[in-house]
Design a binder for this molecule. Sequence first.
Ligand code: HEC
Ligand code: HEC
Ligand code: HEC
Ligand code: HEC
Length: 112
Amino acid sequence: MFRLLLILLLIPTPLMALDGSGVEAFDFPSRWGTVTFEHLKHQRRIGDCMVCHHLGVEMGGCGNCHGVIQKLPQTKDVLHKICIACHWKKRGPTECSGCHDPERLDESVYND
Ligand code: HEC
Ligand code: HEC
Ligand code: HEC
Ligand code: HEC
């Protein structure tokens, strides 16, 4: 049972919010430990979608442009920038383990 739960947790499935206004939560896989981003909670606490979806929600995920269009900064870098900058201001987590699940850290990072 525990294993099944673990497998389910490892599948990066965005769950659509019931009101259709976005996505409940995302799992971003990372060797530093998966980052679970509570999208719906952030929508509620921030209110303005444009804070993150800076060219509009209808443009889709960040990865539609970042990491695709040359010269634009990579998704990882823009996410780090936008997530951590606000956390410093509004007292969200700023240490690695505040976002990256330390239980799921891949040992290979020690060789970086
Ligand atoms: C704190 C930042 C933040 C706020 C505020 C925010 N979002 Fe998002 N949203 C994200 C991130 C990050 C993703 C994941 C994008 C990706 O995987 O490339 C996302 C993804 C989405 C997606 C799925 C896009 C896709 O095609 O994969 C929708 C729809 C969405 N958000 C709607 C909204 C709406 C509507 C609001 C405002 C009510 C909102 N978001 C507010 C950060 C935010
Ligand atoms: C339709 C394309 C597109 C989408 C989708 C998009 N971006 Fe961008 N992003 C850009 C462009 C173009 C720039 C550079 C010009 C500017 O700042 O507007 C940029 C710049 C940025 C910057 C500033 C980078 C720097 O180092 O100055 C951040 C932060 C950022 N994007 C975050 C995000 C996040 C987070 C998402 C998803 C929630 C997202 N972007 C979705 C096109 C996009
Ligand atoms: C505009 C502000 C803002 C942005 C952008 C933002 N956050 Fe947050 N975040 C917050 C606030 C405020 C809290 C709650 C602090 C508290 O009350 O403990 C929070 C809390 C969190 C938490 C703790 C769990 C929770 O949701 O309560 C995690 C993890 C987190 N954020 C991840 C992220 C990630 C990943 C991103 C970027 C995709 C991001 N945040 C972008 C403001 C923001
Ligand atoms: C506010 C939340 C947050 C904090 C704090 C944070 N990260 Fe991240 N990190 C993310 C998110 C979200 C992604 C996923 C971006 C993607 O999917 O492209 C990420 C991706 C990464 C990646 C790229 C993916 C990979 O594993 O190769 C590295 C490396 C990384 N983070 C290292 C760190 C380190 C080291 C720290 C501490 C100094 C840190 N992060 C702190 C949210 C955070």
